[in-house]
Design a protein around this ligand. Structure first.
Ligand code: FAD
Length: 642
């Protein structure tokens, strides 16, 4: 096992790489067109993701002396790299020609726009500063290091694995290709599915329709394991009814059978059972590391049951902050801007990773115990989407994505090159909830499934809004312009300062023209240009079903409040590529399986890079729990390897 001293040495080596990079920037030759300024400090602001980003810039007669971001409401964790790096790059390069930070492009552009305004105020030459190229950074020396466990990808699964392997006594090095950690996990809505008796005791029993349970129990079993699980569900449900409990019924087996059937029985039932039996332990482990969740559960879109846990911190920052707090305290090296290219194989065993560092230098990390691939999915890789897609008309560039730019399927390619089998690659999940301009989930006004409806451009409902994600997206593709409106009321936003699941207040969204607000349904219809009579009827029918709590004409069964209290809100949404269910084949120990069904020694995988858990359709809220449960399993398995 690697000593603490050695881990520190690697930490220093990483710091040196970064220092060399910065020094390279600082030595950039003077401006080709030297800017001249009216010396002084100037302030300006520009629109970021969460509102105005205010900067102050100090100029001497010849130079940009400093750039400070004074105020902003960007999401912590997601925007940190932009707020830290963009100002220093402007000063170091004496330029406005600075690349935006991938994954924080809106924040980056806001800082650049505000600094540009300050340059104008100081009488500087904006076109010259925008044209000025920063000299290429000198290539740093190649790096070779060794750790017990090497992890590719610093998203949810990779960092859960890093913490777990370290807790088990292993030395760990994490490689991350982006300039920041977090991947899709940090920008996610953060909903985490788990049966949880304490929290679900606070949910009403009728939030879980009995018909769903009976259908699962009486379905024709696909295997002995399936039949055993159905018998267990029957027993658990009868015991619940006999107990007279008032809270919502749930159990790991119900969660497992919903996951299996919700993915059309394509998933691996052994993986699913193992997963749902550990999700609650995952919540408790995160809490033991300091993470906080709300006291009640909700139903995230496509979750099918009220078992989604919501972290207290915004988006996925709760997970990533929890991991990075542990990682910093224990000095686990995380090498940013380091792209893994290849798993090094020796005599059929994974023994390390070859990567390219921030300056194009070669990075070789030897693994004494194992390599964990945790690189996420491929929703941002259009070529791979097109190669594997079988079920959507097209997944070309005309369909946007909710994902961060690093979701390009690298781990699937590296895993396959190391001999891994791939499963379920054609199953690619779309959501009906994309922003019409960007495809992202930001600006999505829904809070949970129960309290909102979807209407088309005619103001008519067209689908069960509590259905599976593929069902809803297919229905949306049939509507005019593949565009719909999410309609809800004050129950979702008690005040204008109430935030959505993406850290945006409803007032901000209305002010930005991304959501509409009105005192009556008719006035809302006028704003969003749908026939008022149709929208009023859609809302009235929905409200009648909330009272009746019966299956409605579209098959909807999930209800909570009526849409009957002003202000009323609407927001437009389109289909967007969200999740890739297929990937590297693994067993319940997260060991990677080759094309002949054998374990590849020393190679593990966890998170969205793997296939087999979600089948043909992932339930909303099942992916973050996957990163935690299987990230932990991969970390523990690799740490225990001989
Ligand atoms: P990621 O978190 O994406 O991490 C993978 C990391 O690997 C990234 O940092 C990436 O840059 C890095 N990487 C990739 N290639 C390389 C390479 N070659 N070398 C080094 N590093 C590399 N799921 C839920 O369950 N609930 C939700 O509420 C929810 N909301 C979502 C909202 C959004 C907007 C999105 C995009 C997804 C959401 N999901 C949600 C899905 C869920 O967030 C993801 O499936 C999950 O976070 C994936 O975690 P991961 O660790 O597998 O991958």
């Amino acid at each position: 096992m690697q000593s603490k001293k050695r881990i520190r040495a690697i930490g220093v080596a990483v710091a040196l790489i970064v220092a060399t990079l910065l020094a390279g920037c600082a030595q950039t030759p003077a401006a080709t067109a030297k800017a001249a300024f009216k010396a002084g400090t100037y302030t300006a602001s520009a629109k970021g993701m969460g509102g105005d980003v205010a900067v102050s810039v100090t100029f001497s007669a010849t130079d940009i002396v400093s750039v400070k971001v004074d105020q902003h409401k960007e999401t912590p964790g997601v925007s940190d790299a932009a707020i830290k790096n963009i100002p220093s790059k402007i000063v170091q390069g004496q330029t406005l020609n600075v690349d935006v930070v991938a994954g924080a492009s809106v924040s980056s552009r806001a800082i650049l726009a505000a600094v540009e305004e300050c340059v104008k105020k100081a009488g500087g030459d904006v076109p010259a500063l925008k044209a000025k190229k920063v000299a290429a950074v000198a290539k740093a020396a190649d790096v070779t290091e060794t750790a017990d466990v090497v992890i590719i990808g610093a998203g949810g699964a990779g960092l859960a694995a890093a913490v777990t392997a370290h807790q088990a006594g292993s030395s760990v090095i994490v490689l991350e290709k982006m300039p920041k950690v977090g991947g899709n996990t940090i920008i996610s809505g953060a909903a985490y599915n788990s049966a949880d008796p304490a929290r679900q005791a606070l949910s009403p029993a009728e939030a879980g329709p009995e018909a769903t349970i009976q259908t699962l129990i009486s379905a024709k079993p696909a295997s002995d394991l399936h039949a055993q699980m159905q018998a267990q569900l029957k027993k658990d449900y009868e015991a619940y009814k006999a107990s007279g409990a008032k809270g919502l019924f749930d159990s790991p087996i119900l969660h497992a059978l919903q996951t299996y059937e919700g993915g059309d029985r394509v998933g691996d039932l052994a993986l699913i059972k193992n997963y749902t039996s550990r999700t609650l332990d995952g919540v408790k482990w995160l809490e033991s590391l300091g993470m906080k969740f709300n006291d009640t559960c909700f139903t995230v879109l496509g979750a099918l049951w009220q078992r989604s846990h919501k972290p207290v911190k915004p988006l996925g920052t709760g997970y990533i902050d929890t991991y990075t707090t542990y990682i910093s305290a224990n000095k686990i090296p995380v090498m940013l801007e380091t792209t893994a290219k290849k798993v090094i194989m020796k005599n059929g065993r994974a023994v390390g990773v070859e990567a390219v560092g921030p300056t194009g230098n070669k990075i070789t990390i030897n693994a004494k115990k194992g390599v964990i691939i945790a690189t996420g999915g491929f929703a941002k890789n259009i070529e791979m989407r097109q190669k594997y897609n079988k079920h959507w008309k097209t997944l070309d560039a005309s369909i946007m994505s909710t994902n961060h730019p690093g979701a390009t399927g690298d781990g699937i390619v590296m895993g396959e090159a190391a001999g891994a089998d791939l499963v379920g690659m054609e199953w690619i999940q779309l959501l009906p909830m994309g922003d019409p301009q960007t495809g992202s989930l930001s600006g999505n006004i829904e809070q949970g499934v129960e309290d909102r409806i979807f209407v088309n451009k005619q103001g008519n409902r067209f689908v069960d809004e509590g259905a599976r994600r593929d069902t809803m997206t297919n229905a949306l593709f049939q509507q005019e312009g593949s565009t719909m409106w999410v309609v809800l009321d004050k129950h979702s936003y008690p005040t204008g300062a109430t935030k959505n699941n993406f850290n945006e207040t409803i007032d901000e969204l209305v002010a930005a023209g991304r959501a509409y607000k009105a005192d009556t349904i008719e006035a809302l219809a006028a704003q969003i240009k749908v026939p008022a009579a149709n929208l009023a009827k859609a809302v009235a029918d929905f409200n009648a079903n909330v009272d009746a709590k019966t299956k409605d004409a579209f098959g909807r069964t999930l209800y909570s409040h009526k849409i009957d209290t002003a202000p009323y809100y609407a927001g437009a949404r389109v289909p967007t590529v969200h999740h890739t269910m297929g990937g590297v084949k693994v067993n319940t120990d997260c060991q990677v399986i080759d094309k002949s069904g054998k374990i590849i020694a020393g190679l593990y995988a966890a998170g969205e890079v793997t296939g087999g858990l979600h089948g043909s359709n992932r339930l909303g809220g099942n992916a973050l729990a996957d990163t935690v449960v299987n990230g932990r399993i991969a970390g523990a398995s690799a740490a225990a390897a001989k």
